[in-house]
Write a protein that binds this ligand. Structure first.
Ligand code: SAH
Ligand code: MG
Length: 214
């Protein structure tokens, strides 16, 4: 989270949830599952509701929370997602079934790079949502950008990583390499001639890149 008190205030305005979504949010909090933060998720969902993509490719399903939120909002959209952690994958499958979206959300079990061919076969996509290992964003982008259609968008979550990406000196050594990679990735997105990128400083940082000139 990059601005605690503002995020908390916005959270307090959010209507009360119930049912499966509430259960999943509590479960994620208690089990340290990094589901997307509500402020950035809200922006992403609103952009997607304007775009009305036929198909979305998500990299990093965790327990299926964001995939279900997208499916809730976009009744005509198919979501293809992937998760490499076996426990989370199984939980995602169960949650997706509970939500009644097994027909619209396809989840594959395994590493996104190893499953790249299969994931691409479900394309082309109008939206690519990268929300997985933060040190690999550039690789995810390079691997999957080719299946994003013209007019499509790429959404990258956590690109400000707790604000550390904007700090001059990164105190915590263990994050240095990852933060450096995120910086390079942000610079890449902002200077790419075929992309128009906006970085939203909400949640953990969300980059929205539109394909242009392609
Ligand atoms: N999008 C989810 C949260 C995803 S958390 C939501 O907001 O609800 C990131 C997930 O990506 C983790 O569960 C992690 O196991 C998974 N992940 C990381 N690298 C991956 C890879 N290379 N292939 C598949 N899954 C990956
Ligand atoms: Mg995330």
């Amino acid at each position: 989270m990059i601005s605690d008190h503002v995020e908390q205030y916005l959270e307090s305005l959010r209507p009360k949830r119930e049912g499966l979504m509430e259960e999943m949010e509590v479960y994620a909090r208690e089990n340290h599952i990094p589901i997307m933060e509500q402020t950035s998720l809200a922006v992403m969902l609103q952009l997607l509701s304007f775009l009305k993509p036929n198909r979305i490719l998500e990299i990093g399903a965790a327990i299926g929370y964001s995939a279900i939120r997208m499916a809730d909002l976009l009744p005509e959209t198919a979501i293809i997602t992937v998760e490499r952690d076996e426990t989370r994958y199984k939980e995602a499958v169960a949650n997706i079934e509970k939500a009644g979206y097994s027909d619209r959300i396809t989840i594959l079990y395994g590493d996104a790079f190893e499953l790249a061919d299969e994931l691409k076969q479900y394309g082309p996509y109008q939206a690519l949502f990268i929300d997985a290992a933060k040190g690999q964003y550039q690789r995810f982008f390079d691997e999957f950008f080719g299946v994003v259609e013209e007019q499509g968008i790429v959404l990258s979550d956590n690109i400000l990583f707790r604000g550390m990406v904007a700090e001059e000196e990164i105190q915590e050594k263990r994050f240095r390499s990852m933060v450096k990679k995120l910086r390079q990735y942000n610079e890449f997105l902002m200077s790419h001639p075929d992309l128009y990128t906006t970085i939203y400083p909400i949640g953990d940082g969300l980059a929205v890149s539109q394909r242009i000139n392609s």
